[in-house]
Design a protein around this ligand. Structure first.
Ligand code: SF4
Length: 495
């Protein structure tokens, strides 16, 4: 039985907004942004909100009905959809198709479709012809615009941080809020779908690793005071009885990280932490995490020290070995993220990484390895480079499986990585593939059929400026990114 949802009755004249999460109910509830957006919309006086989810991650287009009132999706004035992952573009198209809502925005008087999230912020073009507006960057920066449109009936028009694709490729800025807003305790909870409850520790990342989209579009790094995080986490735990998931791209880059962990331990609030920066981990941090009952330390060395440095990750092999030793001494296991297909990567790089895993394993720590093909992303210094073909990525994953030391090994499918890359890097013509795949059930077979018609060539070819997303102005000017690519290529001439 769900708890915590806003109860608001429809009044004549209200704007009817469908909050559509282009994935399942369980995935929606795990997203902090989803909860925020739900309550933000409900706080608008003249807005009536119903929620929509997909019944399954794949399958033929299905007619969607509101979770609250059962009204069909097409009967709403607006669809608001947060999109975290590029693969959900096809699910958005699937939801529209199944509900009898025309996919091209030019064929639709209503509902108007407004989206946001990191994927369309970095490059909105693949879905540009399907949506009416894209909120670029932090929701808070465009909240006034959203309120004007939904609550006050203002027309959809471009704004500094809102992209309106029907107006052509106009310049637009990625918006950010100056600080992390004070979170409130409102959350929707369903016992069968809620396993933890997210609390923001910081927003953005102080680093800018060359492959990382988030590290390039979420500037500046904004931390929350320890007292605020602890108060919110404790309040949520007492209210909902769920473990708190501390959310941040690099939690231990916050100067308040240890204070937060210490405070939560002292108050008996169970919590989990995301991936941590190895070079910032000291004995005290690991001791605190162990005392908090953390069983796993998650680290991301990504690649050999040579490639890691060229990518802009500061941690040395020595930092990971030291962290492994400390984790082992506390009985914790280490989960390690590694990349394959980094531009210019050679067998020597894979061997050097294998040596790092052996040194870590020698400390007695149990190692879980997650190996992922590097997906080239827009707004990053690598945005001009091609991804490696599927068979090459597969052979590098096989090499990693053979060479690296580990207790458990998992990997992300190279084909899906190429699909993700093509969705990230596409222009407006990518929509035809997205719609075909949506009609075809969004399964692996449907992406394969799109690939056979040339879809993956988007990720596999090199790119030149102007790029499909050159009109999107992020924290880094394209010239700065090009300069960083030049520096990378000097250090990794094989690329
Ligand atoms: S990979 Fe991690 S540390 Fe690097 S920029 Fe991205 S979030 Fe920051």
């Amino acid at each position: 039985m769900e708890q915590g949802a806003a109860v608001k009755k429809y009044r004549k004249g209200m704007t009817r907004v469908a909050l559509l999460y282009p994935s399942t109910y369980e995935v929606a509830l795990s997203s902090l942004v989803y909860h925020r957006l739900y309550f933000t919309l409900n706080d608008m006086e003249n807005v009536y909100v119903e929620r929509f989810f997909l019944r399954s991650p794949g399958g033929p287009p299905e007619p969607l009905r509101g979770y609250e009132g059962g009204a069909p999706l097409r009967s709403f004035d607006f669809i608001v959809a947060p999109i975290h992952y590029e693969l959900d573009y096809a699910n958005l198209a699937r939801a529209l198709l199944g509900s009898g809502v025309p996919v091209p925005s030019r064929e639709r008087a209503s509902p108007k479709v407004i989206v946001g999230g990191p994927a369309p912020t970095a490059n909105p073009e693949p879905i540009a012809d399907m949506v009416d507006a894209v909120v670029m960057g932090d929701l808070e920066a465009s909240q006034g615009w959203l309120e004007g449109v939904l609550n006050e009936g203002m027309p959809i028009e471009p704004a500094e941080t809102v992209y309106v694709p029907a107006e052509g490729k106009h310049e637009v800025r990625i918006g950010y809020s100056a600080s992390v807003p004070r979170g409130d305790l409102r959350r929707i909870r369903a016992p069968e779908a809620s396993f933890s409850i997210a609390v923001e520790v910081a927003r953005g990342c102080p680093f800018s690793c060359a492959f990382c989209l988030e590290g390039h579009i979420t500037k500046p790094f904004r931390t929350r005071p320890a007292s605020e995080v602890i108060e919110e986490a404790e309040g949520l735990y007492r209210l909902y009885g769920l473990r708190v998931a501390l959310v941040s791209l690099t939690a231990n880059a916050s100067p308040w990280f240890k204070d937060i962990v210490r405070g939560l331990v002292a108050r008996g609030v169970p919590f989990s932490v995301p991936s941590l920066r190895a070079e910032l981990l000291d004995e005290e941090s690991i001791d605190l995490l162990a005392r908090a009952g953390q069983l796993t330390l998650t680290l991301a060395p990504e690649a050999s020290e040579r490639l890691r440095e060229a990518l802009g990750k500061l941690a040395k092999d020595e930092d990971f070995v030291r962290a492994a030793r400390l984790a082992a001494s506390k009985g914790m296991k280490v989960k390690l993220y590694a990349l394959v297909g980094v531009p210019g990567e050679t067998m020597d790089d894979l061997r050097a990484f294998a040596e790092l895993t052996r040194r870590m394993a020698a400390s007695g720590v149990r190692l879980e390895l997650s190996v992922n093909p590097l997906v080239i992303k827009p707004q990053t210094p690598l945005q001009w480079l091609p991804m490696l073909p599927e068979d090459e990525l597969n052979s590098r994953i096989r090499a990693a499986r053979d060479l690296y030391a580990y207790e458990r090994f998992s990997y992300y499918d190279p084909f899906e990585a190429l699909v993700q890359g093509s969705l990230s890097l596409g222009d407006r013509d990518a929509l035809k593939y997205i719609v075909e795949v949506a009609r075809d059930g969004v399964g692996r077979g449907s992406w394969r059929r799109a690939a056979s018609r040339g879809f993956l060539s988007i990720a596999l070819r090199p790119r030149r400026s102007p790029l499909p997303w050159s009109h999107v102005k992020g924290p880094f000017d394209e010239k700065v990114l090009a300069e960083r690519l030049r520096a990378y290529l000097e250090r990794v001439p094989e690329a």
